[in-house]
Design a protein around this ligand. Structure first.
Ligand code: ASP
Ligand code: MG
Length: 419
């Protein structure tokens, strides 16, 4: 049993969905679970829709309509049978969503977010499943919310592994023995029965969760790049594909912000020794990158990870007292309360600096909380550059003309925050 995951870029329009058929023809096979994301930039569009709905800015209907017509265009380009029940299914899903948006927004914003944004994956998987069925890839559409059971920490729900494994092994595994299944990434269900999401870009993680529960033979993530690269080729001319990576190295790269793999994806695969292939959907037969347990996976050349849209925040004591254990405790509590994730931290006697993804809303909340007791300074417009296996030449090549606000080194990794 294998798991294939197709992300937003691989299903961004009708042509791309047709290409999914080509990939299945070249590399599919029996007993396949296909996990799909929302189409193209739909999740971003749904996020705008939610914001508009909650703030009641009068633009909700326009946002809704543009999402609806985007999908209608794709369906028309895909399904030749105008009587296909998929037309009805998709219509009904949009009616359902529209009804939801007609209610007054009452619940907490994160809960509403998950109920609305999850439609991206539900709709996308319906369309893809119908297209594949029509073109000879017999498959069954299944709702991932029946399998991925989570906490109700909306927008970043935690998987309840035991419950998830039980129902997946009991219900999904026997179905997969008989036919291919198409399901959604990114979404799950809490034990109180509402839809949850696993965090942005979480479809890779879903694929890994399913693979873990099903003890799958492998997971393949189909991307618009040849595999895991040593750098973004737009930034570093000599960027090359990495053939083989160990799980640990892949976890490190994902943690530092390599966007090809979602950071939570590797752990479940590592735990059950399931190899991960990162491959190009444009060249499905080419070998991509293999992530597996191996000691032959030492990669010696520099690997660059660029994280744009960063803010460097410096928190200092007002009375020149040391920033020490008690202060750090309350500072970390504030980060957790504001759901801020730290990409890098550094600490001196009287100040503590962190680099985080820029979010005006979160930074404002943080400032409100922390400036009661601390000085709070923000440097926006930064980039965090991480170089694994760094050397001087590698560092020089990324620093050209930029000013370094902070630098941190270990034996293997160098990180700089630059402007
Ligand atoms: N559609 C979701 C997102 O764009 C999940 C994913 O693509 O992995 O964040
Ligand atoms: Mg995506």
């Amino acid at each position: 049993m294998k798991v294939f995951k197709f992300g937003g870029a691989s299903v961004k329009d009708a042509e791309a969905v047709k290409n999914v058929g080509r990939v299945l023809k070249a590399c599919g096979g029996e007993q396949l679970l296909v996990v799909v994301s929302a189409m193209g930039k739909t999740t971003n569009a749904l996020e705008k829709l939610v914001q508009s709905y909650i703030s009641r800015d009068g633009e909700t209907a326009a946002h809704f309509e543009s999402i609806r017509s985007f999908h209608a265009g794709i369906i028309r380009g895909l399904l030749s049978d105008s009587n296909s029940s998929a037309y009805n299914d998709i219509d009904n899903l949009f009616i359902e969503l529209e009804c939801l948006l007609e209610l007054k927004p009452q619940a907490n914003a994160d809960l509403i977010y998950d109920q609305v944004v999850s439609y991206g994956e539900i709709i996308s998987s319906r369309i893809i499943s119908a297209y594949l069925n029509e073109s000879g890839f017999r498959n069954r559409w299944m709702d991932a919310r029946n399998f991925i059971i989570t906490s109700n920490n909306y927008r970043d729900a935690a998987v309840l592994w035991k419950e998830t494994e039980e129902v997946t092994a009991q219900v999904l595994a026997p179905i997969l023995k008989k036919q291919m299944v198409v399901t959604q990434g990114f979404i799950g269900r809490s034990t109180d029965n509402s839809t949850t999401t696993l965090g942005r870009e979480g479809s890779d993680y879903s694929a890994a969760i399913f693979a873990w529960c099903l003890q799958a033979e492998s997971v393949t993530i189909w991307k618009d790049v040849a595999g895991v690269m040593t750098a973004d080729p737009k930034r570093i001319i000599n960027a090359e594909k990495i053939e083989r990576l160990s799980y640990n190295e892949a976890i490190e790269l994902a943690y530092y912000g390599a966007t090809v793999i979602h950071p939570k994806t590797i752990q479940p695969l590592k735990n059950r020794h399931i190899p991960l292939y990162v491959k190009s959907f444009l060249d499905p037969e080419a070998a991509g990158t293999t992530v597996e347990e191996t000691d032959k996976a030492h990669f010696e050349k520099p690997i660059y990870i660029f994280k744009p849209n960063q803010s460097l925040i410096s928190i200092s004591s007002r009375d020149f007292s040391f920033i020490a254990e008690e202060n750090l405790g309350s500072i970390f509590l504030s980060f957790a309360q504001c759901r801020v994730k730290l990409n890098l931290m550094q600490h001196s006697a009287i100040s503590f600096s962190v680099c985080i993804d820029t979010s005006e809303e979160k930074i404002k909340k943080l400032r409100d909380l922390l400036s009661v007791n601390f000085g709070f300074q923000v440097n926006a417009g930064c980039e965090l550059i991480t170089i694994r296996n760094y050397n001087e030449q590698a560092l020089d090549s990324v620093l050209e003309g930029r000013s370094v606000l902070l630098e941190q080194k270990t034996r293997k990794t160098l990180q700089v925050v630059v402007r």
